[in-house]
Design a protein around this ligand. Structure first.
Ligand code: BGC
Length: 681
């Protein structure tokens, strides 16, 4: 750590490479072979003879995951006594605030340092393709540009503490239904335009490691595919760092070694064959050297060979809790607010609270699970805001519903890796919502979920809908503050929420006759056949699909209400710098014309009016978050580059700019475009 700036300065690639070469030269073949398989499930193997320490890695999807199994063992020094539970990443993406992404990740990095954690198994940011995917909460939504911007700052924030980022999961890992058996069939243009931009951004931000995915891509498991690792990741994306497998995800040692893969986790399983393959001459010692060298170099870049634990005192935890709260405050999305039902004012005398999550915190499971501390339940937070006007009734009757001034009905799903969940809410929850909205028009539905859910049958009758995601330990405080009007909601959907699952481009991904299941079925998974998922929509993913097919989603990408209103004006687009510098400058103004302080995320989409290959109606290429007091104006300036107007040309495998007429759309969501201008480039 640099004491002055409190910022970690990594070793240069060259310096780290030299150190790795030196060490490699001192290692025996046995040491090298042992090194390319993980140790005790979550460690890079130590080499005491050469003073190379063991290096611990853990997950931190929504805060640092504490491994209970380490308690009372000699690994307990890797166990933090507590870790902050943050809003989940899809919530972080809903803030559209890159500065929060930096702070969120830096806080996680600081806790990693206190827990002797050298490597963070994240961030994960697979594209939101299927609303049913059990891991959507761990990722950053459906748009490549938004994901790339958030990931870039995440990596910088995390690594500013000296904790290594591992970008995951490479690639096209978009379902958790028997996740080791899905074969994603995707073309290269789609991969480059939709799936790769956040990986590229993470690599450019300095992440020295990438984790391959469980699934197959175009017929081969990602972790042992030369095409995936050598061709796509290393050649097309220019990555020259450490590649590691996901846990138990490769099967053929020879393929693994020849694919460009470096490290098998959690242990050498396929790589057990390495000594035999060497003896038989099927692989060379240089192959093993490459793997060891890549692992070492990544560790040396992050100075993990010399890392010291940095304490994370009470003041750190207080700061982290505040970061978690600020994230939640900006993440919550107000989807509906009929007749300005919210915020609930003094006139609302009796607030009836019901539903599954009034007293329980919804969160995502699996390696992402984080217990947190100072966990706040919604009922307590509502009581803090509304005192004895709040009444909790787990099973209210019709007359109690009818006589309440407002009803707050909490619903949700508890998503996890290793399985997918239905788009529809569980039957009892649907029923409860319908009873509430039927009997009281002032019903506020609060949804806690990791992705989109079906709202078609009841959204019209709901007075208000708040999308609260999984808010972590302080999320419910933010929900209560929004209901009370202390905080003005500003979250915007990083996904489109379809009316029916069949509207989605991902629908039909399950094998014929398959049924969703819950829980870890790893033994059963081994016997399941590989099934193909054709990404037929190509680059028309997310809103690009709904716009092209003219299927309106229930709630569009980029959407979210505020308690105030914003007016957009004075769009001016300067193109005179384009020929020389490849820059287009966009200027416009936003004014808060309401009575409350508020935050507005302005979104800039580009449209190519005519192109030699089909392109989406609109593509997000810029956004900015303005903070405005009532009556105040802000001038916004955004620069777009030539690349923003380009598409991936599969023929010469590169980005291609095609001159022509473009439209610049500036709006409050993908649907609510306020200003437009045609330009010729
Ligand atoms: C997950 C990874 C995670 C690993 C280690 C796997 O089940 O897919 O994302 O990093 O476990 O916990």
């Amino acid at each position: 750590m640099n004491k002055k700036t409190n910022k970690f300065i990594p070793r240069s690639y060259r310096q780290a490479g030299k150190k790795a070469e030196l060490m490699l030269a001192s290692m025996t073949t046995e040491e090298k072979i042992a090194f390319i398989g993980g140790d005790r499930s979550f460690f890079i193997r130590p080499i005491p003879r050469l003073n190379f320490p063991e290096i611990y890695m853990t997950d931190a999807t929504q805060g640092v995951h504490i491994r209970e199994s380490f308690a009372g063992t000699d690994l307990s020094k890797y166990q933090l006594s507590s870790s902050t539970s943050f809003p989940c990443p899809i919530a972080l993406a809903s803030t559209w605030n890159t500065e929060i992404s930096y702070r969120y990740a830096r806080a996680i990095g600081e806790e990693c340092r206190a827990g002797n954690i050298g490597i963070l198994l994240g961030p994960g940011f697979n594209n939101y393709r299927i609303s049913q995917c059990g891991r959507n909460f761990e990722y950053f939504g459906e748009d490549p540009f938004l994901r790339a911007k958030m990931i870039s700052e995440y990596v910088k924030g995390l690594q500013s503490t000296g904790t290594m980022a591992v970008l995951k999961h490479f690639t096209a890992n978009n379902t958790d239904y028997f996740r080791r058996k899905s074969n994603s069939i995707v073309d290269e243009r789609t991969l480059n335009e939709i799936y790769f931009p956040p990986f590229k951004a993470g690599i450019e931000a300095g992440a020295p490691a990438v984790m391959t995915a469980y699934n197959l891509l175009n017929g081969e498991w990602c972790g042992q595919s030369k095409y995936v690792i050598d061709e796509l990741l290393r050649k097309q994306l220019g990555f020259n760092g450490l590649v590691m497998t996901d846990w138990w995800s490769v099967y053929d040692g020879e393929k693994v070694i020849k694919s460009g893969q470096d490290l098998e986790m959690p242990a050498a399983s396929a790589l057990k064959d390495a000594p035999r393959l060497l003896d038989e001459g099927k692989i060379k010692i240089e192959d093993i050297d490459r793997m060891v060298g890549n692992i070492l170099r990544a560790c040396f870049i992050m100075k993990l060979d010399k890392r010291r634990k940095t304490m994370c005192g009470k003041n750190y935890y207080e700061k982290h809790e505040l970061t978690a709260l600020q994230t939640a405050r900006e993440a919550i999305v107000l989807l509906k607010n009929d007749k300005n039902l919210l915020p609930l004012g003094k006139r609302t005398k009796k607030i009836l609270v019901t539903g599954e999550y009034a007293k329980k915190i919804a969160m995502g499971g699996g390696s992402a699970a984080v217990k947190g501390y100072n966990n706040r339940i919604l009922l307590d937070e509502l009581k803090r805001e509304f005192k004895d006007r709040v009444m909790y009734l787990p099973e209210p009757d019709i007359s109690q519903l009818k006589t309440a001034g407002a009803v707050i009905c909490t619903v949700g799903t508890e998503d996890s890796e290793a399985w997918d969940r239905p788009f529809e809410l569980p039957g009892e929850q649907e029923k409860k919502i319908k009873t509430c909205v039927k009997n009281n028009p002032n019903t506020v539905i609060i949804v806690f979920s990791g992705g989109g859910i079906r709202m078609t049958d009841w959204h019209k009758k709901a007075g208000a809908i708040i999308y609260a995601w999984y808010g972590g330990q302080t999320g419910n405080k933010a929900v209560a503050e929004i209901i009370a009007g202390k905080i003005n909601p500003s979250g915007k959907l990083p996904i489109s929420i379809e009316k029916e699952f069949k509207d989605s481009p991902g629908c039909g991904y399950l094998p014929k006759g398959a049924e969703l299941y819950t829980g870890w079925h790893e033994e059963q998974e081994k016997g399941e056949p590989v099934y193909d998922i054709h990404y037929k929509e190509g680059v028309f993913a997310g809103y690009r699909w709904y716009e092209k097919k003219k299927i309106p989603p229930l709630y569009p990408f980029g959407f979210g209400f505020s308690y105030t209103s914003f007016v957009y004006s004075a769009l001016a687009v300067k193109t005179d710098m384009f020929l020389k510098k490849g820059i287009v400058e966009i200027n416009f103004k936003i004014k808060n014309i309401g009575k409350r302080y508020g935050l507005e995320t302005a979104q800039i989409y580009i449209q190519d009016l005519r192109s030699s290959i089909p392109r989406p109606v609109k593509e997000l290429k810029g956004f900015t978050k303005a903070r405005l007091a009532p009556g105040k104006n802000k001038s916004i300036r955004v620069e777009l580059t030539k690349k923003d107007f380009s598409f991936w040309n599969p023929e010469n495998k590169n980005w291609f700019f095609e001159a022509g007429t473009f439209v610049i759309h500036v709006g409050s969501s993908s649907k609510d475009i306020r200003l437009k201008k045609r330009i010729k480039l």
